[in-house]
Design a protein around this ligand. Structure first.
Ligand SMILES: Cc1cc2nc3c(=O)[nH]c(=O)nc-3n(C[C@H](O)[C@H](O)[C@H](O)COP(=O)(O)OP(=O)(O)OC[C@H]3O[C@@H](n4cnc5c(N)ncnc54)[C@H](O)[C@@H]3O)c2cc1C
Ligand SMILES: NC(=O)c1ccc[n+]([C@@H]2O[C@H](COP(=O)([O-])OP(=O)(O)OC[C@H]3O[C@@H](n4cnc5c(N)ncnc54)[C@H](O)[C@@H]3O)[C@@H](O)[C@H]2O)c1
Length: 462
């Protein structure tokens, strides 16, 4: 706190976005109050990335063990859920305690204020009746909450969101997953690999509808092989819960029944609840609109999911660094979203960067696509079971640079790294062609896909 009883900056919300800003500003000597209603670390650390990826890792080990027959002998696989939850509870989340993080921030000079904050005026946040004034301004980093669709009968039933799924003490016998986005796909595969009978119901025309159609089709194929049922392009009209389980009535008149229902249909942001209007922001907007320095209004910056520029931890952290630099008057590069990477941690992983083919066409780009199936590559063939995957490249043919790419496979997220560098730095595809790709890696499929750039015209309606 400064001498006049005010802070320099009040950070509202301490997920990955808020944490980064608060830490950097305190390190630079500013007086920072960090307001957190839940746990420092936010959704990612306690109910999102970290626990879900621990589940994914465990499920992946089971899947690999099941691939041993025919390749390396035999193993007996007996899944057990207890070690997964024990690891999440202990190593993963410290039993959902952020005491260490709070201590870390306090010792770095940040004042941690517990409670739900509300913006009550320009440069003012009120928490439990206490008014915190911010001389330079407020950083809004309040993230999202699970979106629950208004389906007849759903409200009031004991459905799960991601928050319940990552604390489940046992694997249900059967599970319906509503929503085939990243949360739905990752968790559906996890629970199926641990023995649940899983059905995904996705309203749009394919799984992962924001990604390339080939990626969604690939996942649907792999899921079918793992006995994960997918109902695509179908609406849910009614939900009933009778004590033993859920019954869903679908738009086509069929019914589905399962012990549990996981709602994974996206995320909500409630700007009115944080008093955004009192800082000059539009409370009815879907997101907080920010410029390339994360400025939202006079004395207001926003970072992370709340800005709607990609609900990923790395986006929140990236924006947090830019906001901190701006507040400190340090300048530096502005935000650039041409190469936002995203990875869905299914098996195969689905990594993607930049524009999809359809997005590029809609943006008026003269598109050429390149494509390679991982199974056809030397490494895919050597790898054997579990080699499903693909590389798809989207080239701006006029400029001869990639504007988007998808890499799916056992290491799809890792292979993506090279493609992110290419898209971000507009490396000419001619140069990408004239370089070496180690044999026999999965990333050699990028070279194969580059070779098809001239020849293949994908059907954008696939
Ligand atoms: C199941 C799941 C898996 C995910 N996996 C990945 C992944 O693998 N990789 C990836 O990059 N992203 C992943 N994400 C997305 C990632 O979790 C988010 O993008 C990230 O947490 C956003 O950070 P944030 O700081 O914007 O918000 P959050 O993490 O949501 O943090 C916001 C914080 O603000 C606090 N808050 C809200 N309102 C107030 C208030 N009024 N007063 C005080 N505090 C308040 C909240 O309590 C919370 O702690 C996943 C998400 C989910 C749900
Ligand atoms: N690996 C990762 O980086 C990772 C993992 C999980 C989540 N996330 C982030 O978290 C955010 C939330 O993930 P998500 O999967 O919940 O949201 P999402 O918006 O990406 O996907 C939700 C899905 O639910 C479908 N849907 C919506 N309403 C429906 C309904 N009534 N019936 C059937 N289907 C319906 C949508 O068509 C969509 O496919 C995402 O934006 C993602 O960026 C990232």
């Amino acid at each position: 706190m400064t001498a006049d009883g005010a802070y320099d900056v009040v950070v509202l919300g301490m997920g990955p976005g808020g944490e980064g800003v608060a830490g950097r500003l305190a390190e630079a000597g500013l007086g920072v109050a960090a307001v957190e209603a839940g746990l420092i670390g936010g959704e990612c650390a306690y109910w999102g990335c970290v626990p879900s990826k621990m589940m994914v890792r465990a499920a992946g080990l089971l899947a690999e063990a099941r691939r041993v027959p025919g390749v390396a002998g035999s193993v007996r696989v007996t899944p057990a859920w207890a070690p997964v939850i024990d690891r999440i509870t202990g190593e993963g989340t410290d039993d959902w305690s952020d005491a260490d993080k709070a201590e870390h921030f306090e010792s770095a000079g940040v004042e941690v204020v517990r409670g739900r904050g509300r913006i009550t005026g320009p440069r003012e946040v009120t928490v439990n009746g206490r008014r915190l004034r911010a001389r330079r301004g407020i950083v809004v980093a309040t993230g999202t909450t699970p979106a629950v669709p208004p389906i007849d009968g759903l409200e009031g039933t004991p459905y799960w969101t991601n928050r319940d799924a990552v604390v489940a003490r046992r694997v249900p016998e059967s599970l319906i997953v509503l929503g085939g986005g990243p949360v739905g796909c990752e968790l559906a595969q996890v629970f199926a690999r641990f023995g649940a009978r899983v059905t995904i119901v996705e309203g749009a025309g394919r799984l992962l509808p924001r990604e390339e159609p080939e990626a969604g089709a690939l996942l649907a194929r792999v899921f079918a092989g793992e006995r994960v049922e997918t109902r695509i392009g179908v609406a849910v009209e009614r939900v009933r819960h009778d004590g033993d389980g859920f019954t869903l009535t679908l738009g086509d008149g069929r019914t589905l029944r399962a012990e549990h229902l996981l709602v994974a249909t996206g995320r909500d942001i409630d700007l009115a609840a944080i008093g955004a209007g009192n800082a000059g922001l539009d409370e009815k907007a879907r997101f907080v609109e920010v410029d390339e320095r994360m400025r939202a209004a006079d004395g207001v910056w926003a970072v992370g999911d709340v800005t709607g520029r990609g609900a990923y931890t790395h986006v929140a952290v990236y924006q947090g660094r830019i906001a901190a630099r701006d507040i400190l008057g340090e300048g530096g590069p502005a935000a650039d979203y041409r190469a936002v990477p995203r990875v869905t941690f299914t098996d195969p992983e689905v990594g993607a960067v930049g524009l999809t083919e359809r997005e590029a066409r809609e943006a008026g780009v003269e598109v050429r696509v390149g494509f390679a199936a991982l199974g056809d590559s030397a490494r895919g063939w050597i790898h054997g079971p579990g080699h499903e995957g693909l590389v798809k490249l989207v080239e701006d043919a006029r400029r001869g640079v990639l504007v988007g790419a998808t890499s799916s496979g056992p290491a799809g997220g890792e292979v993506l790294g090279a493609l992110v560098v290419a898209v971000q730095n507009e490396i000419p595809t001619a140069r990408l062609r004239h370089m070496m790709y180690a044999y026999p890696t999965f990333h050699r499929a990028v070279e194969d896909a580059l070779e098809t750039l001239d020849h293949r015209q994908a059907d954008i309606n696939t």
